[in-house]
Write a protein that binds this ligand. Structure first.
Ligand code: TXA
Ligand code: MG
Length: 314
């Protein structure tokens, strides 16, 4: 398959309307989209990524009006969160409208909905004129792509079109918040922090604080794994420098030149922005070990530590 590269949201949207699959930028990571009401088109996403069919997709909307066609029942709590955080890096899980194809929700009775704030994503979604189901635009199990070049390296020849935007801003995925029960539960930490959510709905909890919580299907699969082995350290002095070892973190190693590659980040936000890009760069340079400095689990640190722990698990 020839993969068309374009900077035109309108041109990319024509592929969606024709039932094809398009990679597009969002403020979190690049997504791989198809018309959410066309099950044959959605099927192509799973094929291109090699994604397990039991993992539901997030549906991306251009405007609040599209939510009514996707969710059976939007609670007052959900509307308050939508009011505050849409558009932005938050996915809200609601009970699904019966018209949403089951391939999108992996047979669940809920659906994840997100409205990206990235201006190119907004132009694209508006031109698609239909909600767009999209996971991250990586091969299943690999880190999420934060540049169109990484999407191209992962998926060239497997998808119809890549809509080019710059590097994504947040760098890790959206926060997935289950609003289908009384207590909103964070199933995946991400761009919107627990503290931000609790300002609007104080009873919001991390799902792992709640006994017998329902697992998000995506959380049981292998994730974010570069080819190199990922080792977590509290301080750069714990890392073993060598030409085939890389280091990323908040503090500079005293012997930085002894590593094959280092990246210093001045804040947790900068670290999240860099992390997946750094993983892909380490793979290009055939690094064997990537040392990642741990961060405190506050604010964006929760989402960042979640990605680091998963990347270190093999
Ligand atoms: O930032 C993001 O969220 C990016 C951009 C492209 O929007 N998308 C993304 O999609 O990361 P994906 O498919 O890689 O991750 C979606 C996560 C998975 O863990 C999935 O299991 C969970 O959301 N999810 C989706 N729908 C769900 C549902 N109805 N119930 C529970 N979890 C759901
Ligand atoms: Mg993903």
């Amino acid at each position: 398959m020839n993969t068309v590269l374009t900077s035109s949201p309108e041109k990319a949207a024509a592929f969606i309307r024709a039932g094809d699959v398009v990679a597009f930028p969002t403020e979190t990571v690049y997504g791989l989209g198809a018309d959410s009401f066309n099950p044959d088109a959605v099927e192509k996403i799973f094929e291109a990524k090699g994604r397990p069919q039991d993992n539901p997709l997030i549906v991306h909307v251009a405007n609040l009006g599209q939510i009514e066609g996707l969710a059976a029942d939007v609670t007052d709590t959900a509307w308050r969160l939508i009011d505050r955080f849409f558009p932005g890096p938050l996915t809200i899980i609601l009970r699904r409208h019966p018209d949403v194809p089951s391939i999108v929700t992996a047979g669940l009775d809920t659906v994840g909905i997100r409205m990206p704030s990235h201006p190119v994503a907004q132009e694209f979604l508006t031109a698609c004129d239909t909600p767009v189901a999209a996971p991250s635009a990586n091969l299943s199990g690999r880190p999420s792509p934060t540049s169109w070049q990484t999407v191209h390296a992962n998926l060239n020849g497997r998808i119809s079109c890549i809509l080019k935007g710059g590097r994504t801003d947040v760098g890790i995925e959206s926060t997935v918040l289950d609003c289908s029960r009384r207590t909103p539960m964070v199933l995946r930490a991400g761009g919107v922090t627990l503290e931000d959510l609790q300002e609007i709905v104080p009873r919001t909890r991390m799902a792992d604080e709640i006994p017998d919580r329902p697992l998000s299907p995506g959380q049981v699969h292998r994730h974010y794994v570069p080819n190199a082995s990922v080792q977590l350290v509290s301080h750069p002095s714990e890392a073993q420098p060598s030409a085939s070892a890389a280091f990323i973190g908040l503090d500079a190693p005293s012997n930085g030149a002894a590593f094959g590659l280092t990246r210093m980040c001045e804040s947790k936000e900068a670290y999240a922005h860099e992390l997946f890009d750094f993983f892909y760069e380490c793979d290009r340079l055939e690094m064997e070990t990537i040392y990642c400095q741990k961060v405190d689990e506050k604010g964006l640190g929760r989402g960042l530590m979640d990605r680091l722990l998963r990347a270190a698990q093999r």
